[in-house]
Design a protein around this ligand. Sequence first.
Ligand code: C2O
Length: 495
Amino acid sequence: MTRTRMDVWNLTHGEGDWPDALVAYERAVGLLRGLDPPTGQPVEPRGWRFLAAIHGIANAAGDADTSNPMWSNCQHGSWFFLPWHRMYLAAFELIVQDVLDDDGWSLPYWYALDPDDPATSILPPAFRDIAAGNDLHTTNRSFRANRGDPLPGGLAPSVTDALNADVFSTPAGTTTFGGGERSTPSFSGGERGLLEDAPHGAVHGLVGNDYNQAGEPVRRGWMGSFLTAGLDPVFWLHHANIDRMWQVWLDLDPANLNPTGDPAWFDTEFSFPAATGGDVTWSVGEVLDTVALGYEYEKTTAPRGVAPMPVPAGGGPDIGLGGVDMTNPLAPQTLGATPDVALSSTQPVPVELDQPVDFGLGAGADAGDGRVFLRIEGITGTIGAAVYDVYLNVPSGDSPSDHPELRAGSVSTFGMIEASMSDDVHDGSGITSVLDITRVRDVLANEGQWDPNRVNVTFEPVIPEPVDYQEGAELDSMAAIPADLRAARVAVVTT
Ligand code: C2O
């Protein structure tokens, strides 16, 4: 029988309502927490802290702990992001069903950035209920989220940006839905797909941490880091929604396909603790049909405003990162000079290319009607806003937010710290975001303002609305350590 993962806000009828699925979930979280030793390293594979450690756990030095081969395994910055997290949720759901002794229980999903319904960005009430012993509530979470503030509404376009992607994955350096191709699994780093980058990462940062009115983090909670995210019970509902968006994208256009023909993706296997002891192992190919895994989603219709960019005649972008080692696509020796661009100020960053960026097809030539992409490569740092809106060629003196037509997309910093570390599972090369700037190019070209070799890029931190309640105002005014984001290179790629 196929179960249905329901929209948590459709299950919830008003403030204070606890739908049955969450009453059961809260009990399960308590039972799973009870399997953990009270302190020290997790030991029981089905225990709550062990399950979170599969995503990531810090060692004493603050790096990813891999002393247990099951730990610090989450897949980010590549085409393994979506299938790995799908398996992680499936294994988790089986364990919850087992402790509840209810194989009809399904994980609800939280559609936190619904372009058609900003009200769903409020954390569902059961997670905010401060009744003693509520296992869905934690203070290791954004104060604002726990208070019931909505997420910044300006982030919704990142959802439509992601759904407009026309390929799941590509080694070509252009935008993807699912992430860059990679021959081996990777904990962090590499090239993120649009879905992983902005709607996914933004929700992590804004639900996990609090930011002041400069966009700098002033309080950090579990959802904001790979190494703690799975500890927050809402993590699993956020990821159910991200998993659902994969199906939304597939249903959107018959041309949207999974890269099933590529064994480097299709045949890669990952293992998780099984509900009844031992492990469960899936290959990517085995999890592509949610019904075969036992579930479907209440709703997989796309939001309004999704208008996939037509693929240009001739079959679409065909550019190759010739000779780049895709196990480490940012290897500096293959990219030449790395200008080290500061992204931490809202001042425009002039990206002047003294020679065209050559991705193998004469990029930098007159873009004509082809598509144009902005690659922000090798983003590293320790502190930054949760998410930045990226604008091109904002007239000097103007505020970027007054120019929505010049918004190229959003870039989140979830995973940036991890991708900046060098340890067992990180190479320190940072994360890469790719934005489709074709529409902005068209706007600029119409005004005679487009030159692919001279582009001004502005990174505008997305800041929660100021609030009038006292604790929020205190957070707003708290000083933090200034953001220190850098990118190894910003490049314009034309097709
Ligand atoms: Cu592995 Cu939402 O993160």
